[in-house]
Ligand binder design. Structure first.
Ligand SMILES: [Zn+2]
Length: 542
């Protein structure tokens, strides 16, 4: 069918005589790609860049008449990040972990990431105000603070990382279960997750709480992942999800240590197949050299001990911790190959593609530029077998992949790489090509009537690596895998209107003076600080 575009939107009809025509016959047309979780901007990402000159030198983006130069394989510089996403047909990307105190730096880098619309999630699960308010049962007051934080930091969703564990890490400790007490705060991870889930609903935020579970990256942690999903089951709202478990591969491990570590994908898939209050993204591992980075400081300390690699450890005042460690996933390592298998097992065993989305938790599982490889694995049993056959014998014995016949269709790929992600984010103008949608379109050189992706997976990989066309807000920005028009994307942020005062009172200002190195007035980022601000007004129930 014909798709008509006018003024950056998809419309019912246009005057064909004056229209520019893009001939996409015998090709695959999809909405622009949407990435729900990729670390691309801010202090954490930039520290990763500084830590790894070896990551720059091996991957150089040359300047052209239209584009800027850049460097970086697993943590490319900002402009390069935008170009690379755009070349693959992506038009919207979400930066998932922003310490509120570092919001300014994050937005400066997001503004320098061209070609895509974007947003960012402030880390709120270990913020002192949240811990104290939830401990004291002050849900509505806490909601008003979260609303203030969203607008002050120009954030989009509530990010929770290892709830309680980041604060515990400030004392060199961690939490080990949902019911462990957070030192000095008399609150548990379960109470944090449930409290913020309720607040998320009170504020009518478009996305659910976005959760990186406790015990991430540890054998046996699939139980914690299941318990985290279960702990908000009673807060479910009909069929609307209330929790997103991010990079689920990293929390789907069985076993008691690394020697007997195995896949918990079956148990997690079974639970998700029977419940509708949860969505997930994969966190797929790629066999490559990459850079791990997360607000989960204690996890990164563990990884540092395991690898002996260089390490950044950082504590962002009263808000969050963070850590960075370079990492290489090897085919020959039984653990790494099992991780690789688990990501795919989850995506294939969870029946409904609207529930699980394709990510690598860039750059944690591998760089986003590997997405075409994942698409090939999801669409082709032969592609999976080919990689699996090269992995460690022990991992092959444990892998569930040989028993899984499922091969995703192009429709299912469109859901797991854009439509599902847009729906989970409630970006109603993204992820589809219906009238009224943003005119973000990706055209790939795949003739669905002639190509069998199961056999021709190499062609699939090639096609998704270089879009024939990427159209952003109605403009052709990529042609044959080359940037032909650099553009700036919008930054979405949530402007939640509350009836409770959203401003911070004198008590809290006093606290800032006591505990923070900066004054409260340093937090708020004015609208005009952003290159193309796109506030989303929302009426809260408090
Ligand atoms: Zn992440």
């Amino acid at each position: 069918m014909d798709i008509a575009i006018k003024d950056g939107k998809i419309v019912e009809k246009i005057d064909e005589r004056n229209a520019e025509v893009v001939d996409a016959s015998a090709m695959t047309v999809m909405p622009g790609g949407v990435d729900i979780h990729c670390h691309i901007a801010g202090a954490e990402v930039n520290s990763g860049r500084l830590l790894r000159p070896e990551d720059h030198v091996k991957d150089v983006e040359v300047k052209t008449a239209l584009t800027r130069s850049g460097v970086g394989y697993s943590i490319p510089s900002t402009f390069t990040t935008g170009y690379r996403y755009s070349r693959m047909g992506y038009t919207t990307i979400m930066n998932p972990s922003m310490p509120p105190l570092e919001a300014r730096h994050t937005h400066e880098e997001l503004d320098d990431t061209p070609m895509v619309d974007k947003a960012t999630y402030p880390l709120l699960g270990d913020w002192w105000f949240v811990l104290e308010h939830l401990r004291d049962g002050l849900i509505e007051e806490c909601a008003a603070h979260v609303a203030w934080m969203m607008s002050a930091t120009k954030g989009y969703a509530i990010k929770i990382v290892n709830p309680g564990g980041l604060e515990a890490w400030g004392f060199g400790r961690n939490v080990e279960s949902l019911d462990d007490s957070v030192p000095y705060f008399n609150i548990t991870p379960r109470e944090i997750v449930r409290g913020l889930c309720k607040i998320n609903k009170l504020l009518n935020l478009p996305h659910t709480i976005h959760v990186h579970t406790n015990n991430l990256g540890k054998p046996g942690n699939y139980i914690t992942a299941l318990e985290t999903m279960k702990c908000v089951e009673d807060l479910a709202d009909g069929n609307r999800p209330v929790i997103h478990i991010t990079h689920c591969q990293f929390c789907a491990y069985k076993g008691s240590d690394w020697r007997n570590m195995g896949s918990g994908a079956e148990e997690i898939a079974k639970y998700v197949n029977h419940h509708s209050h949860v969505t997930l993204d994969m966190g797929q591992v790629i066999f490559t050299d990459t850079t791990t980075m997360t607000a989960d400081g204690p996890f990164q300390y563990g990884l540092y001990n395991l690898t002996g690699n260089k390490w950044v450890n950082h504590d962002v005042e009263t808000e969050t911790s963070s850590g960075i460690v370079p990492f290489r996933y090897r085919r020959t390592s039984a653990v790494h190959a099992t991780q690789w298998s688990i990501g795919l097992e989850l995506a294939l065993l969870i029946k409904d593609p609207w529930k699980i989305y394709m990510t690598t938790d860039h750059p944690n599982g591998g760089p986003f530029t590997a997405y075409p490889n994942i698409i090939a694995w999801l669409m082709s049993r032969a592609a999976r077998k080919k990689t699996l056959d090269k992995t460690s014998k022990k991992a092959r014995r444990k892998s569930l992949l040989p028993s899984i016949d499922r091969e995703l269709s192009l429709y299912e790929i469109a859901i797991t790489t854009r439509a599902g992600q847009a729906k989970a984010l409630n970006l109603t103008q993204k992820g589809h090509l219906g009238t009224g949608a943003d005119a973000d379109v990706a055209i790939y050189n795949i003739n669905p009537e002639q190509i069998d992706p199961s056999k021709k997976y190499k062609m699939i990989k090639k096609a998704f690596r270089r879009a024939v066309y990427t159209i952003k807000s109605g403009k052709i920005v990529v042609k044959n895998g080359q940037i032909v028009k650099p553009v700036f994307g919008k930054t979405f942020w949530i402007d939640a209107k509350t009836s409770l005062p959203r401003e911070v009172n004198d008590d809290i200002k006093q606290k800032f003076r006591e505990y923070w190195t900066v004054e409260y007035e340093n937090y708020p980022i004015p609208d005009n600080f952003l290159h193309v601000p796109a506030p989303i007004p929302i009426k809260a129930e408090v």
